[in-house]
Structures are given as structure tokens and as C-alpha cells.
Write a protein that binds this ligand. Structure first.
Ligand code: UDP
Ligand code: MG
Length: 334
């Protein structure tokens, strides 16, 4: 039974590395991974996803791929964001265990063997890194602490460091979970909503950024709360979050309608006052308008959700040592 895994997966580990302008770090990262995994006799592939870099990252990846057969590359035509990059890497990962890792050498490849073990031997669906000792500025660590606390409360997932870039998954988890928008910060919540609830945590080393600058500026303060709101809806109303808006809309519309109907009847029967003389009339009107708006919001959300299959189509410019999905599927049919 144990040997069946080797038949199914060509590698022990796939390392998925999203990157944007990280030219100085890539070669060092690749050689560090190689040293660690060779020592532990683990087979692997590295999938670099170039998320629209404008520096020479892609040439570096091309060079590396030429030297090492286990290095793959994917290049987006423009910057789609870390979630898009991860999601694409997930699609192509062939390893039994899939590990995501930032390209900037802040995460340590030394953690790979232990993460692998936790997935394969301890049977976790997902293991998330915990940067207990963190080398980031306070402006980043404080908001992160708040998000982590709130997310823990809302999702019931007890992770200290939800957004750690270093995470390991069983292959079927990444093939099921869809990461879109800016959701890479909450993959464990999405995984849990899909039924993968054996979620573990491992304290990991974390280093200061060696080269280049962080790619998430002030917009993390706008996106963070928005992501959090979405995630609350996903985890609380996991079947149809958008139904919440539609239902509230219908309710409000109905209340408004009742008020107006009542006023019309009173007017017809007694006609003492004009309808607009009663303050409650305005409440009725407001309820009806608000209700229709909310209902439309819910409807729009439905439309977006229904077009979900298109959500994750990113313009991929080049592939390196990757069999394109379509070719693969065609070959399978033969
Ligand atoms: N990244 C990416 N696309 C983006 C922004 C970032 O692929 O639009 C990559 C980045 O190159 C790095 C990882 O995501 O490999 C984490 O980014 P960064 O180190 O800037 O984030 P921080 O560590 O500051 O949270
Ligand atoms: Mg970083």
C-alpha cells in the first residue's frame, strides 16, 4: 500500500514559488532547496511563477531551468497578484506534498523535510508555518496580529500565523482549493470550508528580507479588511454567501411593501390624511428602495459566482519545462 504513492506522484515535494522582481534571490533559493532536499533524499520540483516581473527574474529562471531539470517556470503576461500565482502553481504541482514558499529568502528551505513528514506521516491536510520570531517592521506585525485574532475567532481555525507564506499541503488539497482575488492570506479557511480540517502548525524560522523590497505596500491595509470580510462570509455562509444579501434585500423590500400597503388601505378606507403626511411613509419608501438595492447586490454576486470558472484564467506568457495542461489532457485521451 505504501508504494502506491510513488506510482501516483513523480516527486515527493513540489515547491511553488510566486515571485515579483526577485532576481537577486532566485539562484540562492534554488541551490539552498537543492542542498537540503538532496541531503534528505527527497525528490522534488520547483515551480517558479513569475507574476509579471520587470527585472531580470525570468532570465534567471530560464538559466536555472537550463541547468536543472527539476526547475520549472511559468510567466504571467502581467502582474496578477500572489493569489493568482499560487493558484496557477497549484494546478501544475505534481508532488505528493506541495509547499509554498516566498522567493525572497525570508522563508527557510531547512523546514521542508519536517513539513513533508507532517503531511505524509502525521497525515495533516495542511501545515502552516508560524513565524514566531518575525523579522518584519511593527507597521506590518501589528495589523497582522489583529487579523490573525479576528480570523481565528471567525473561522474557528486556531493558527497563530494564518498568512505565513510557507505552507505545506497534500496534493489533493491544492487541486481542490481555489485561491482567487487576494485570498492567499486565508487559504486554511478556504481549505476548511472545502472539508480539509486536519490543519497543523509548525514554528518556522524567518529571516529579514535580504534583497529588494516588500511587494505589499499600503494596499495591504485596504485589502486586508476586505479579505477578512469575504472570508467571514465564506466561512459562515459557506454554501452561498451571496444569498445573505439577497435575503436581507427581500426582507427589507417586504417590510417596506407592508408599510406602504397598510398606508394605502388606511387612506382608502378613512382618507383623513394624505399618505405623505405620515412619517412612516418615508420609512416604507426607504425600505423598498434599500431592499431592491440589496437584492440587486445579491444578484450581482450570484452572477460573479456563476462566472467563477473564468475567474482563474490568467494570461500565461511562457512555460519552462512544464507540459501545458491541454497537451497533458490530450495525451491522456490518446
Ligand atoms: N509576490 C508576487 N506577486 C505580487 C506580490 C508579491 O508573486 O503581486 C511574491 C513576492 O515576490 C514574494 C512573495 O510574493 O516572493 C511575498 O511577497 P513579499 O516578500 O513582498 O511580502 P512580505 O514578505 O513583505 O509580506
Ligand atoms: Mg517577504
Amino acid at each position: 500500500m505504501l508504494s502506491s504513492k510513488k506510482v501516483q506522484y513523480p516527486y515527493d515535494i513540489s515547491i511553488v514559488v510566486p515571485l515579483l522582481n526577485e532576481e537577486e534571490s532566485l539562484a540562492e533559493l534554488a541551490s539552498w532547496i537543492r542542498t537540503v532536499l538532496q541531503e534528505h533524499k527527497l525528490s522534488y520540483e520547483i515551480i517558479f511563477i513569475d507574476d509579471g516581473s520587470s527585472d531580470s527574474s525570468w532570465s534567471v529562471i530560464q538559466q536555472l531551468a537550463q541547468e536543472q531539470a527539476c526547475i520549472r517556470g511559468l510567466r504571467f503576461r502581467r502582474n496578477y497578484g500572489k493569489s493568482a500565482a499560487l493558484n496557477t502553481g497549484f494546478q501544475y504541482a505534481q508532488g505528493e506534498v506541495v509547499v509554498t514558499m516566498d522567493a525572497d529568502l525570508q522563508d527557510s528551505p531547512d523546514e521542508l523535510p519536517e513539513l513533508y513528514k507532517m503531511i505524509v506521516e502525521d497525515r495533516f491536510d495542511l501545515v502552516s508555518g508560524w513565524k514566531k520570531k518575525r523579522y518584519d517592521p511593527l507597521s506590518k506585525t501589528i495589523p497582522t496580529k489583529i487579523y490573525n485574532g479576528v480570523t481565528r475567532l471567525m473561522s474557528g481555525i486556531h493558527l497563530n500565523d494564518m498568512n505565513c507564506g510557507l505552507k505545506a499541503y497534500r496534493n489533493d488539497v491544492v487541486k481542490t482549493v481555489e485561491v482567487y482575488g487576494e485570498m492567499h492570506r486565508y487559504i486554511p479557511v478556504i481549505a476548511k470550508a472545502s472539508g480539509f480540517d486536519k490543519i497543523g502548525e509548525k514554528v518556522v524560522r524567518h529571516y529579514p528580507r535580504k534583497h529588494g523590497v516588500t511587494k505589499f505596500g499600503m494596499n495591504r491595509f485596504i485589502n486586508g479588511p476586505l479579505d477578512l470580510l469575504s472570508i467571514i462570509f465564506i466561512s459562515r455562509f459557506s454554501k452561498k454567501p451571496m444569498h445573505f444579501f439577497g435575503t436581507m434585500g427581500l426582507l427589507s423590500f417586504f417590510i417596506g411593501f407592508l408599510i406602504l400597503a397598510y398606508l394605502s388601505i388606511v387612506k382608502l378606507l378613512y382618507s383623513e390624511y394624505g399618505m405623505t403626511d405620515r412619517p412612516i411613509f418615508y420609512l416604507g419608501i426607504l425600505s423598498v428602495i434599500l431592499g431592491s438595492q440589496l437584492f440587486l447586490t445579491g444578484f450581482l454576486a450570484e452572477l460573479v459566482a456563476r462566472s467563477a470558472p473564468n475567474r482563474n484564467q490568467y494570461a500565461i506568457w511562457e512555460y519552462l519545462q512544464i507540459k501545458k495542461k491541454k497537451e497533458e489532457d490530450d495525451n491522456e485521451e490518446d
